[in-house]
Structure formats: structure tokens, C-alpha cells
Write a protein that binds this ligand. Structure first.
Ligand SMILES: [Ca+2]
Length: 311
């Protein structure tokens, strides 16, 4: 039977690919999507998610609006990475659906009550999750696992110490690590454990089907961004890897259990870093951290976006 999942997202480029991968895979069943500000504004995130679900003809999947900014109002977004609309400037057809009336916390609770034991996948800052579990503590007995994209043991992607989702809302991460549900983290280290060159990317021939063509178009902006910062046209897949590790747990090649404490010191260069500590009393929580992924297994999955494309 398909694993029931719920996705929380700040739908930028790689979130879109992650959702496309989930919609292309029969091992998982998407019970709902909640939206949070992060890579782009909340309004853009809702529009992108509703547009994607329309593209897939899956307007039956409920979408919920969540938090408009981080708990401490962090103005830092990532338009330089994901473009003005979060999808690298790619404009989807007008969505044939809107967000539900309930907010993200209520939507998550509704899905969890209907699907006890479901897994929660988070692809953005943890603001919605901290709010939802605070408002509805019964969620911790209904959700079996939280799989988060975020955190860096080595270098981060925003500062030398911090990964974007953790940097954007470190207080929400500190809260979420302490929730009484097992947490798995797809770290920035796992993200950079492999990259595709532009040639390898086009060798996938994704544009043979409509969804694969959309996959190619949204990634173009990301190649341009990586070239600007590193001089190399390469691409990484943080959010798609996170979903891939739920679809096929063997995508995660190296994992390590870590006790983590967030650096919450305002004004400190290392704010947003997840610091490894040896003593559980000093930690905000313990997570199983995925440090390396299998490129072969992942690429086999990603091709499904083309193979199982709608229309
Ligand atoms: Ca994201």
C-alpha cells in the first residue's frame, strides 16, 4: 500500500521538482500540501503549488496557506536563486484551484487524523510545523516521522555555517527538533554529495514528455544561478532527494544519528547553524542525518517525471 505523505513547502524550483516526483510515484500518496514563505513569498508559493497540481490534473489534493514569514520576521528570501516567482520565471497555466479555507496547521491536523501514521515531509523553513505542533500537540501521536530538508554539518549554502531553511527560521527548527516524533534530516552535505553537469542533465532527455519539459524549464534559472556563484553550470537536488529518500529509503547511503543544538544568537555570524553536541541535555533534539545519497538510485527515480508524465 502506498505510504501516506503530507508535504510542507516554500515552493521554489527544487520543491516543484520534488512535488512532481511524488506525483509520479505510486509508492507514496500525497494527502495534502501546506505552503510557507521562504524561497519566495507565500502568495507565490500557493500559486506555484496550485499551478503544479493543475498541470498534473490533481486538483483533488488540498492546499493550505501557512505562515507569511519566519517567527522572528527574517526578511531574507532567495529570489536570486529561484527567480521572482520562485519557479525561475516559468509561468504555469492559471491554476484551476485555490487554497482551502483552513490554514496550514488545521490542514495538517485534518490529514493526520484521516491518515494516522502518515509521514510529514518538509521542504522549506519549519515555521508552519512549529506553529502546527504547538497549536495541535496531538499531531505528535498521528505523524510517524518528519523528514526535513535542511541543515549542514559541513559548509552551508547561505553562510559558511548555515543552510537556507535553517538560516531562515532557526527558532522554528529548534522547536521542531524537540517535537516527540522521529526526525530525519536531508542535509546540505547530502545535497552536494553529487551534482549533475549540464551535459549529464540534458542526457536524461527529460523534454520527451510534457512534465519532463517543465522540469527542464524550471531548472534553467538554477543553472544560471550556479554559474554566477561558482562559475560552473551544475545542479543539485536538495528537495527532490528528500522525497526520493521516502520513496526509496536506499537512496540514503550514509546516515548518522546526531544530537543538534541550533545557534539562535542574534547578530552572531553562525546564527542558523545546527551545532552537533555530545550531551542530549544540551541538544534541541536528535535526528538521523542523511549525509550521502546514491546518484544512480536517485536518477532512476527522477526519470519517472518523464515516464509518468500527464498529457
Ligand atoms: Ca524548498
Amino acid at each position: 500500500m502506498a505510504e501516506k505523505i503530507f508535504i510542507d513547502t516554500d515552493c521554489g524550483i527544487d520543491d516543484a521538482v520534488a512535488i512532481m516526483l511524488a506525483l509520479s510515484s505510486t509508492e507514496v500518496e500525497l494527502t495534502g500540501i501546506s505552503c510557507v514563505a521562504g524561497n519566495t513569498t507565500l502568495d507565490n508559493v500557493v500559486k506555484n503549488v496550485c499551478g503544479l497540481l493543475t498541470f498534473y490534473g490533481r486538483t483533488d489534493i488540498p492546499v493550505y496557506r501557512g505562515c507569511t514569514t519566519s517567527l522572528l520576521r527574517n526578511p531574507h528570501r532567495a529570489e536570486h536563486v529561484h527567480g521572482d516567482n520562485g519557479l525561475g520565471g516559468v509561468v504555469l497555466e492559471s491554476p484551476e484551484k485555490n487554497a482551502e479555507k483552513e490554514d496550514a496547521a488545521a490542514g495538517l491536523l485534518k490529514a493526520a487524523k484521516a491518515n494516522p501514521g502518515m509521514k510529514l515531509i518538509t521542504l522549506g523553513p519549519l515555521t508552519n510545523i512549529a506553529a502546527a505542533f504547538n497549536l495541535h500537540p496531538e499531531l505528535s501521536s498521528l505523524v510517524s516521522e518528519i523528514i526535513m530538508m535542511g541543515g549542514a554539518v559541513g559548509d552551508g549554502n547561505v553562510t559558511a555555517w548555515a543552510e537556507f531553511n535553517f538560516f531562515f527560521d532557526p527558532e522554528a527548527i529548534a522547536y521542531s527538533l524537540g517535537i516527540d516524533v522521529p526526525v530525519k534530516l536531508l542535509s546540505w552535505d547530502a545535497t552536494v554529495s553529487f551534482a549533475l553537469t549540464e551535459k549529464e542533465f540534458f542526457d536524461l532527455k527529460m523534454d520527451e514528455a510534457p512534465a519532463g519539459d517543465l522540469f527542464n524549464r524550471v531548472q534553467k534559472h538554477y543553472f544560471d544561478f550556479r554559474e554566477q556563484v561558482s562559475g560552473k553550470r551544475i545542479i543539485n537536488f536538495p528537495d527532490p532527494l528528500t522525497v526520493a529518500c521516502v520513496i526509496d529509503p536506499e537512496v540514503a547511503e550514509v546516515t548518522e544519528t546526531m544530537h543538534l543544538r541550533m545557534n539562535l544568537t542574534r547578530g552572531d555570524d553562525k546564527r542558523g547553524a545546527s551545532v552537533r553536541v555530545s550531551d542530549t541535555d544540551e541538544a534541541d533534539g536528535t535526528a538521523e542525518v542523511i549525509m550521502k545519497c546514491s546518484q544512480d538510485r536517485f536518477l532512476r527515480l527522477i526519470k519517472r517525471i518523464k515516464e509518468n508524465s500527464p498529457r
